[in-house]
Write a protein that binds this ligand. Structure first.
Ligand SMILES: [Zn+2]
Length: 130
């Protein structure tokens, strides 16, 4: 509320200034300059706020996409194929993951295999009734 009053005060001061200068330098009345400059300021700030809102929304969407991309990656410990030593590799399932071994500098490509296993069903620990 205070911000709105502050904005209206600034608009009124700017309009009064333009209207005063305009009415002193031309034959047009003060009110004409005041109304025109006020309308122009409202139009300008409408478009200005629209652009700022659009830019902010685009920035937030970009950050959200980046966050989602980071969430979809995981760090795994995996052995180098050449020297068999452990490396920490960030895995993104949407692309081919390559890494350079930190020990022998060999380029490795991560080969992901999917296997299925049967889920073990643990029997309920039921005490037989006597
Ligand atoms: Zn290696």
């Amino acid at each position: 509320m205070i911000q709105i009053l502050k904005s209206i005060s600034v608009v009124a001061i700017v309009s009064c200034t333009f209207a005063y200068i305009g009415s002193k330098t031309t034959t047009e009345p003060f009110a004409t300059f005041f109304i025109v400059s006020t309308a122009l300021q409202f139009i300008f700030f409408y478009f200005y706020n629209s652009i700022i809102t659009y830019v902010t929304r685009m920035k937030l969407e970009k950050e959200n996409l980046e966050a989602i991309r980071l969430i979809n990656t995981n760090n795994v410990l995996i052995n180098c194929e050449a020297c068999k030593k452990l490396n920490t590799v960030r895995v993104d399932l949407s692309t081919i993951t390559q890494f350079e071994c930190t020990h022998c500098n060999t380029e490795n490509i991560l080969n992901i295999e999917y296997k299925t296993i049967i889920k073990t069903k643990i029997p309920k620990n039921e005490i037989p009734s006597i």
